[in-house]
Design a protein around this ligand. Structure first.
Ligand SMILES: [Zn+2]
Length: 204
């Protein structure tokens, strides 16, 4: 996870360093805790340390989300984010059947895919999103959310969709038109485009 967030105009928000350090310290303390004898004073003290560190990391992460959300709402009129809930397996199980076609799930839900270790990121992203939505609402704006499907494989210049367009984690190089960009910026532009198309569709 190189960046926490990338904007369509090429700004990157790094994952906060203190949160990563906090997590490292946390697991070190937990490992010590596992080795300590049950019921010993030392173990009880350590358990408190682990709980405190959990709390501290959670607070730091929440503060970070608030800071980023404040900045986004201040700088952008139309925040568009990818809806990772579409790609969430547990949600998929709970999805309501389409009343027109009983027994069939909505197509965008049924075709969702998910990486094996996304759950941690997804829960953080969900927390960030609800903070962003609350701040946008205070400012009289709405956060648009779009299906992230193919947004990282699609060339923003010519629309060519190909998994091979993404040469590496960071580099996008279109096999058809040769357009080159940071892969996350290219994806963010596609997400913005989809959000704006949705806005236009809602207005007509
Ligand atoms: Zn292209």
């Amino acid at each position: 996870m190189a960046n926490f967030l990338t904007t369509s105009d090429g700004h990157f928000v790094d994952n906060p360093r203190y949160a990563r350090v906090g997590v490292d310290r946390l697991s070190a303390a937990q490992q010590v805790l596992v080795r300590k004898q049950r019921g010993s004073n030392n173990r009880l003290g350590l358990r408190e340390t682990v709980a405190n560190r959990h709390r501290k990391v959670a607070n730091q992460r929440r503060d970070f989300y608030h800071k980023v959300a404040r900045r986004l709402v201040k700088e952008y009129d139309v925040p568009v984010v990818e809806d990772l809930r579409v790609a969430n397996m547990s949600r998929r199980a709970k999805a309501k059947p389409d009343p027109e076609n009983p027994g069939q799930l909505p197509p965008n839900v049924a075709s969702a895919k998910i990486g094996p270790n996304r759950s941690f990121n997804d829960s953080g992203w969900a927390q960030f999103r609800s903070i962003l939505e609350a701040k946008a609402e205070d400012a009289g704006r709405t956060v648009m959310s779009v299906n992230p499907r193919h947004t990282s494989q699609t060339c923003h210049e010519c629309g060519h969709v190909d998994a091979g367009n993404r040469v590496s984690q960071a580099r996008f190089l279109c096999r058809r038109c040769g357009h080159e960009a940071h892969a996350d910026v290219n994806a963010a532009r596609n997400i913005l485009g989809a959000g704006l198309a949705l806005l236009v569709a809602q207005a007509t």
